[in-house]
Design a protein around this ligand. Structure first.
Ligand code: BTN
Length: 236
């Protein structure tokens, strides 16, 4: 695990994507601030000092693109477990947010990287964790670890998260997401609840029944059918 630390970058994900050819599998890019931090669905991710902003570069061999979302879930699990191991009552909002008491602590943005000919170069898994920023600005209810009463050293958090993440990735390489499935499900309080899901295909409401061996959400709609989703914006 190699950590490349910067005072400021436009975005750690963008840096990792632009330099992926010269970066190694498992390299980590961090920045104390980002001037153009990006969230999912083209949202802005404001990144003042005090947050933990990082991206991990993965160059997995021979995996089907369908398996790529497993790494996003693995990062959510690594962040959630690290926080729980340190006393924070964190949980995962499938697929890739970590919350505490209904407020967002961490968001994850995963991106595939391809060259001009379309050949796959790797994945970039970026995470933004609210540690001790003042005046947190977010489009959803959000909170910092500091506001919850926790004083974390960002470098130690990063090490702990990335060590867990590397272990989870090795499990995925060996036997797919199903190696993490049961543990992942233990951190999803939405299971069994009525949820709504915004996706590119539309808006769905139903009961969150399960997380599949591939990490997909199985949603039982009001009509009774069970539909499978690989991504979406959930509310419950
Ligand atoms: C989201 O919840 O919408 C995802 C937010 C992801 C933010 C992180 S911060 C580090 C990395 N660099 C970025 O520009 N975005 C991700």
């Amino acid at each position: 695990m190699r950590i490349l630390g910067f005072d400021s970058l436009p975005s750690t994900n963008t840096y990792a994507k632009e330099h992926i050819k010269n970066l190694l599998h498992n390299d980590i890019i961090t920045a104390d601030t980002q001037s153009d931090g990006r969230g999912r669905m083209r949202r802005l991710w404001l990144s003042p000092k005090g947050g933990l902003y990082f991206s991990v570069v993965l160059k997995p061999q021979g995996l089907a693109p369908r398996a790529f979302c497993s790494f996003t879930l693995a990062m959510a699990l690594a962040v959630c477990k690290t926080l729980k191991n340190n006393g924070v009552e964190a949980y995962i909002k499938w697929p890739n947010d970590v919350l505490c008491g209904g407020k967002k602590l961490c968001g994850i943005l995963s991106e595939g990287v391809f060259d001009e000919s379309g050949a796959f170069l790797g994945l970039v898994i970026g995470a933004g964790l609210n540690v001790s920023q003042e005046n947190l600005v977010c489009d959803k209810p959000a909170v910092t670890l500091k506001a919850l009463g926790f004083n974390f050293e960002r470098a130690l958090l990063l090490k702990e998260i990335c060590t867990l993440f590397e272990g989870y990735c090795n499990d995925i390489y060996a036997s797919g997401f199903k190696a993490l499935q049961e543990e992942f499900k233990r951190h999803i309080p939405a299971l069994g609840q009525v949820v709504s899901l915004r996706t590119a295909k539309g808006f769905f409401t139903g009961t969150a029944r399960d997380i599949s061996a591939e990490g997909f959400l199985l949603l039982q709609t009001q009509e009774g059918a069970v539909e499978e989703f690989s991504v979406g914006d959930m509310d419950f």
